[in-house]
Design a protein around this ligand. Structure first.
Ligand code: GLN
Length: 285
């Protein structure tokens, strides 16, 4: 363990990392390690531990090494085909739950579901809703299905395909945490982001591209009065509100994350006040 901490010295959480990895190879918990400080793992587990420490020293996120994460207090499997769920994304779940009545039997779509985190969190709180979640990555859908199975949440359907393409019928709520980081953003080359699926982080050069595309698709998905809700970057609040407004949404509002940054924007689709098909600048290119 001590050696592992030295190897991980570049990580600000070296001790914590070493303990988590040791607990993982022992299929145990950190508190068990504290109760048994002299414990050394037998081979081949000690080899497995050394390998994980090496990968961590190269920057691999702990969540990928242990294939586990937590979101909305739900234990989730993650691997490099899905984003590691962020605490800020719980704001999107809260925004959704604040609109879905407890006993509602809404049809809800989660576009770009990844590990299924958002869809599963909403499903865990709204048992009567019918939730449909898509992802372009078949590996991601496999992870999301496994998470739904292990959490025993069977009122979600997962589909492999682009945004709304696999979905039929109308929805009361469309949710998405789409890729929104500008393709030139230096953060993509730093920390955990280097190891996460690029397509889940950035839609390419223009960070707003997916938000724009989904806003236009959502017009054909929502019932009259249905909600569209996005997670977006801390500096994308005004632009996201503008996109929703241009796409004919009303009652547009932005909510802040734990650091008080703009993070979630919501809007309502009103068939009655809709004045026709707006121009989608992205379809003209
Ligand atoms: N919130 C993530 C980050 O900034 C990005 C997730 C996303 O693009 N949807 O690291």
């Amino acid at each position: 363990m001590a050696l592992a901490r030295v190897k991980l010295a570049d990580s600000p959480s070296a001790r914590f990392d070493a303990e988590i990895l040791m607990a993982h190879v022992l299929e145990s918990t950190r508190s068990f390690l504290y109760a048994n400080p002299e414990l050394e793992p037998p081979n081949p587990r000690s080899e497995a531990f050394k390998k994980l420490v090496k990968q961590r020293a190269l920057g691999q996120p702990i969540a990928y090494l242990t294939e586990s994460s937590e979101f909305w207090s739900l234990p989730l499997k993650v691997n490099p085909s899905v984003l590691i769920p962020r605490p800020d994304t719980e704001r999107l779940v809260e925004a959704a739950l604040s609109k879905i009545p407890v006993e509602a039997d809404w049809r809800i779509a989660d576009l770009g579901t990844g590990s299924g985190a958002i869809a599963l969190a909403v499903a865990s709180e709204r048992k009567k809703c019918e939730i449909h979640a898509t992802d372009i990555s078949s590996e991601a859908i496999e992870v999301a299905r496994e998470n739904a199975r292990s959490l025993g949440l069977d009122h979600i359907q997962f589909y492999c395909g682009s945004w709304s393409a696999p979905l039929k019928g109308k929805f009361h709520l469309v949710l998405s945490n789409p890729p929104y980081i500008d393709g030139n953003d230096q953060h993509l080359e730093k920390g955990d982001l280097r190891f996460e699926p690029r397509g889940a982080l950035t839609p390419g050069q223009d960070g707003l591209r997916a938000i724009n595309e989904i806003s236009h698709l959502a017009r054909n998905m929502l019932v009259d009065g249905g909600w569209l809700m996005f997670e977006h970057g801390w500096d994308q609040g005004p632009a996201t509100r503008q996109i929703l407004q241009d796409a004919g949404f009303t009652d547009i509002e932005t909510q802040q994350d734990l650091q008080n940054h703009d993070r979630v924007t919501v809007g309502v689709f009103n068939v009655s006040s809709d004045s026709g098909v707006p121009v989608n600048p992205y379809q003209q290119q």
